[in-house]
Design a protein around this ligand. Structure first.
Ligand code: HEM
Ligand code: HEM
Length: 176
């Protein structure tokens, strides 16, 4: 299996980025919803710290993934079954990346505006002052971006099913 993408297939690194992010996100989204329902306790603080560390890791992974995509473009789309199909696919991928950044950055800003110091793995950082109005606003963004992610991933998976059952172009082979 090749490390780099080819014209017809994603390379090993792009595949790893895709599936590792998928596995982490299907755990992290329900984990976030579970977290907000918990009573205040030491266990809740520990779980929130795990949520934050996983979220910041997803931020870095997505950043590296995009740098890799920039250096090594994705497989070229040759077949198209209707007008605008390639554009819709690209728009879905673009919005998925944008939503992942929105979720992670809004989570980070919420905590920083709460006046907390965050562990960014390579360094620690905190704002000098808190601002609870902005913290609440970024938290709203965090929640709505998660709903958007669920909608985009649903569309993404439906598209794969349509490709397999109707277009019969075995699109999954590109990324598995
Ligand atoms: C959290 C869930 C997921 C996210 C965030 C996600 C995100 C993405 C992104 C951003 C791309 C574009 C890669 C690029 O060229 O830069 C992509 C491609 C792809 N994904 Fe997913 N994905 C998810 C789940 C899935 C699942 C469950 C499947 C299979 C059922 C799947 C199948 C594919 C396929 C086949 C492609 C290649 C599409 C093409 O190049 O035309 N993805 N995914
Ligand atoms: C892939 C990344 C992430 C996903 C998918 C995610 C998802 C979620 C979800 C679904 C919630 C529940 C929202 C609600 O219904 O109220 C939540 C809560 C939260 N998230 Fe995230 N999140 C991510 C990253 C982050 C990051 C990077 C931070 C901070 C640095 C963060 C901080 C928080 C906080 C503080 C809460 C609220 C917990 C509480 O009740 O106090 N998240 N997250």
């Amino acid at each position: 299996m090749k490390l780099f993408n080819s014209q017809s297939e994603y390379g090993l690194l792009a595949k790893l980025f895709h599936w590792v992010t998928f596995i982490v996100l299907i755990a992290q989204v329900p984990f976030g919803f579970y977290l907000v329902g918990l009573e205040f306790s030491d266990e809740r603080i520990d779980l929130e710290n795990i949520h934050i560390l996983v979220g910041i890791t997803v931020f870095y992974v997505t950043l590296f993934r995009l740098i890799w995509k920039f250096l090594n473009p994705s497989p070229f789309e040759t077949k198209s079954f209707f007008k605008g199909q390639v554009f819709i696919g690209k728009a879905n991928h673009f919005l998925l990346y944008l939503t992942i950044f929105t979720i992670t950055i809004s989570g980070i800003l919420k905590k920083l505006y709460m006046g907390e110091r965050l562990n960014f793995i390579f360094f620690k950082y905190g704002f000098e002052k808190d601002n609870f109005v902005l913290a609440d606003a970024y938290y709203e963004v965090h929640i709505y971006a998660n709903y958007l992610l669920i909608a985009l991933v649903t569309l993404h998976i439906l598209a794969v099913i349509v490709h397999h059952l109707i277009f019969k172009d075995k699109i999954l082979n590109k990324i598995t």
